[in-house]
Design a protein around this ligand. Structure first.
Ligand SMILES: Cc1cc2nc3c(=O)[nH]c(=O)nc-3n(C[C@H](O)[C@H](O)[C@H](O)COP(=O)(O)OP(=O)(O)OC[C@H]3O[C@@H](n4cnc5c(N)ncnc54)[C@H](O)[C@@H]3O)c2cc1C
Length: 546
C-alpha cells in the first residue's frame, strides 16, 4: 500500500506530512507494528529509523561475539505460521548477522521498507491539544502530523559511555559495543582493554582474546555466566521446530519469561543435596538460559539462590586455573540472575590464556584515561584500543533522548523526573494517543523479547482498531491508573530478589544521576498479558477515551 502523504510546505525548510500513525524505530517492534497498522487496519503509517536498514539492536550491535542468548527457535516472530515455516536458523543461538538477515527477510516478505524513512532521526515529538495531533520532527526538516504516535525505540538502544576523565586525550581508538563499526575492528597485534563484564563483555572477551596481542579486562562487577553450548542445529531439531510450532508458541505464551521451556516446579531447598547437585550439573551441561528453569524458587528465595550461586562459583574456580584470577571472577556481589544472566562460549576458560589479564576495579578503581591507556589507582595500563562494553541507558534512555512533550507542553523528561510513570508500560498520562512498545513498566527485558513485543504490538493494534471503528479520537491513561501501576510494578519486583542487585541497569544504577527505580514488570509475561486483556475487555479500564 502506498502512503497517501498530504504534503504541504509550512515554511521553506519544513516539509509537513500528514499520516495516521508515526512509529519510531525499525527493529522487531517497529516492523511488526507497521505491518499491523498498515495491513490489518489500513492506516497510513510512517516508520522513522535513524539507521540505514532494518534490524534495530542487531543493526547496531556487531561487536565480536554478538549473538542472541534466546534460542533461535524462540527468538523470532510467531504471528505468521508461514514465516516460521519458511525461515531456517542455522545455530542454537543466532549471531547478529543471522538475525539481521532474518529481519531483512521479514521486511522483504511483507514489503515493509516502502513505509520506512531510513537515515532519519526523530528529534522531537509534540502533542497539540487543540488539534489532538502529534507533530513529529526529524533531522531531515520534516514534520509528520499524526493521530497516533508509537515509540518502538527499543529498551537497549541508547549507548552508555561512562564519563571517565581523559577519554578525549586517548591516542588509540575506542569503541562502544552498541555502536560497533560495520567494517569491524582489527585487534591483531594490539593491546586491548575492555571495560564491562555484563552480557556483552562476556560475549566479546573470548573472541577479542583470540585476536589481540593482549587483552586486559577491567571488571567492576563480577558476574555469573552459564555455558551457552552453542552448536549448529540438527536436521531433526529444525524439523521439530517447524512441526511443533503450535506447541512451542503455546509454551512461550503461557510461561513467565516467554522462552520455549517451562520452569520446573521444584524447590532448591527442598530437594536433597545429591539430587540437587545432579540436577544442576545436568542443567549446566545442557547450558543456556534454561539453567535458571531447573528450579522454581531461585529468584524468590535467597537461600535457594545462594545454593545455585555457590554451584556456579565452584564451577568458576574449577575452570579458571589461576587462583588469583578465579578469586576476582567469583567475588560476586549479587544473587544469581538478579542482573541480566549472561550465557557464554568459553568465557571463564579465556582467563586461562596467557594474553588475558583481569583488573579488579573494586579494589583499584579507574582514575582516568590517559594518552597511553587506562590509569587505575594502582598503575597505568598501556593500550592501543579501549572497548566499552558498558551497556545502555536502558528503557527510559531512548525515549528521553527525544524531546517529547504531551498536553500543556509537559516534557516527558519532567513527567518522569523521579522515574518512569505509565500504565501497563504502554501509555503515559498526559500523553494521549502515544504508545510505548515494551516501555518501562512492561515485562520487556525480563522476557524473551519477541514475545513481549508481539503482545504489546497486538494490544496496541486492537486498541487503535476499536478507536477507529467506534469513531473515538483520543485515549489517555489516567494518572490514578498509572500511579497504581507503578505500585504494582514495585510490588512485583519486591516479591523477587531482583532489587537486590544494586548495580543493575534494571534499576537505572549504571547511569549516574538516573532515578533508581526498578523499571521492568517482574510479575511474569503470562500474568501481564492477562492483565492487559482484562483492561481491554473492561472497556479499557484506567484509560479515558473520547
Ligand atoms: C547485545 C544485545 C543482546 C540481546 N540479546 C537478547 C536476547 O538474547 N533475547 C532477547 O529477548 N532480547 C535480547 N536483546 C534485547 C533486544 O533489544 C530485543 O530482543 C529486540 O531486538 C528489541 O527490538 P525493538 O524493535 O523493540 O528495539 P530495537 O531493536 O532497539 O530497535 C529500536 C530502533 O529504534 C531506532 N531509534 C531509536 N531512537 C530513534 C530516533 N530518535 N529516531 C529514529 N530512530 C530511532 C534505533 O535506531 C533502532 O533501530 C538484546 C539486546 C542487546 C543490546
Amino acid at each position: 500500500m502506498s502512503i497517501a502523504e498530504a504534503t504541504n510546505t509550512q515554511n521553506s525548510s519544513t516539509k509537513v506530512i500528514s499520516v495516521d500513525a508515526v512509529i519510531i524505530g525499525a527493529g522487531f517492534s517497529g516492523m511488526y507494528q507497521l505491518l499491523c497498522l498498515r495491513d490489518k487496519l489500513k492506516l497510513n503509517v510512517k516508520v522513522i529509523e535513524v539507521a540505514d536498514e532494518v534490524g534495530g539492536t542487531w543493526y547496531w550491535n556487531r561487536y565480536p561475539g554478538a549473538r542472541c542468548d534466546s534460542e533461535s527457535h524462540s527468538y523470532q516472530y510467531y504471528f505468521s505460521d508461514e514465516l516460521v515455516k519458511e525461515w531456517e536458523w542455522s545455530q542454537r543461538y543466532p549471531d547478529h548477522a543471522e538475525i539481521r538477515r532474518y529481519l531483512s527477510y521479514v521486511a522483504d516478505k511483507f514489503k515493509l521498507r516502502t513505509n520506512i524513512s531510513f537515515k532519519t532521526k526523530v528529534t522531537a515529538a509534540k502533542y497539540n491539544d487543540a488539534e489532538n495531533r502529534w507533530h513529529v520532527m526529524t533531522d531531515k526538516g520534516e514534520e509528520y502530523v499524526a493521530k497516533y504516535f508509537i515509540t518502538a525505540v527499543g529498551c537497549l538502544s541508547s549507548a552508555n559511555i561512562p564519563k571517565i576523565p581523559g577519554l578525549e586525550t586517548f591516542s588509540g581508538n575506542w569503541y562502544h559495543t552498541g555502536q560497533w563499526p560495520h567494517e569491524g575492528v582489527d585487534f591483531k597485534g594490539k593491546r586491548v582493554g575492555i571495560i564491562g563484564t555484563g552480557s556483552t563483555g562476556i560475549q566479546a572477551i573470548p573472541v577479542i582474546a583470540e585476536q589481540a596481542a593482549h587483552l586486559t579486562v577491567f571488571q567492576r562487577t563480577a558476574n555469573y555466566s552459564i555455558p551457552a553450548r552453542n552448536a549448529p542445529l540438527t536436521a531433526d531439531f529444525k524439523k521439530f521446530a517447524k512441526e511443533k510450532l503450535e506447541q512451542i508458541r503455546e509454551v512461550m505464551h503461557t510461561n513467565t519469561n516467554g522462552h520455549a521451556f517451562r520452569i520446573v516446579d521444584r524447590s532448591v531447598v527442598k530437594t536433597p543435596e545429591q539430587e540437587r547437585l545432579e540436577i544442576l550439573e545436568k542443567a549446566w551441561q545442557k547450558g543456556g538460559l534454561e539453567f535458571r528453569a531447573a528450579f522454581s524458587d531461585v529468584l524468590i528465595d535467597k537461600s535457594a539462590n545462594d545454593i545455585v550461586a555457590q554451584f556456579i562459583c565452584e564451577k568458576i574456580r574449577e575452570i579458571v586455573k589461576d587462583p588469583a584470577k578465579a578469586a576476582i571472577l567469583a567475588d560476586i556481589d549479587h544473587p544469581f540472575a538478579t542482573k541480566r544472566p549472561p550465557v557464554d562460549t568459553n568465557y571463564f576458560e579465556t582467563y586461562n590464556r596467557d594474553n588475558v589479564s583481569i583488573v579488579n576495579l573494586r579494589k583499584t578503581p579507574i582514575e582516568k584515561i590517559t594518552a597511553q591507556g587506562i590509569k587505575t589507582t594502582e598503575q597505568e595500563y598501556p593500550l592501543d584500543i579501549i572497548v566499552f562494553a558498558t551497556g545502555f541507558d536502558a528503557l527510559t534512555g531512548p525515549l528521553l533522548n527525544i524531546n517529547i512533550s504531551g498536553k500543556n507542553n509537559m516534557p516527558l523528561k519532567e513527567a518522569w523526573a523521579a522515574g518512569p510513570v505509565n500504565y501497563l508500560g504502554v501509555q503515559v498520562p498526559g500523553f494521549p494517543n502515544m504508545f510505548t512498545i515494551t516501555g518501562p513498566g512492561s515485562p520487556s527485558v525480563l522476557c524473551n523479547m519477541p514475545v513481549a513485543i508481539e503482545q504489546h504490538v497486538e494490544w496496541i493494534t486492537n486498541c487503535i482498531a476499536e478507536m477507529q471503528t467506534k469513531g473515538l479520537n483520543k485515549i489517555e491513561a489516567t494518572p490514578k491508573a498509572a500511579d497504581d501501576w507503578v505500585l504494582e510494578v514495585n510490588a512485583a519486583a519486591n516479591a523477587t530478589l531482583l532489587p537486590q542487585a544494586k548495580h543493575s541497569w534494571y534499576l537505572g544504577a549504571n547511569v549516574p544521576g538516573k532515578p533508581q527505580v526498578f523499571m521492568p514488570y517482574a510479575g511474569g509475561m503470562a500474568h501481564f498479558k492477562e492483565i492487559c486483556n482484562n483492561v481491554a475487555k473492561n472497556s479499557y479500564a484506567g484509560f479515558v477515551r473520547s
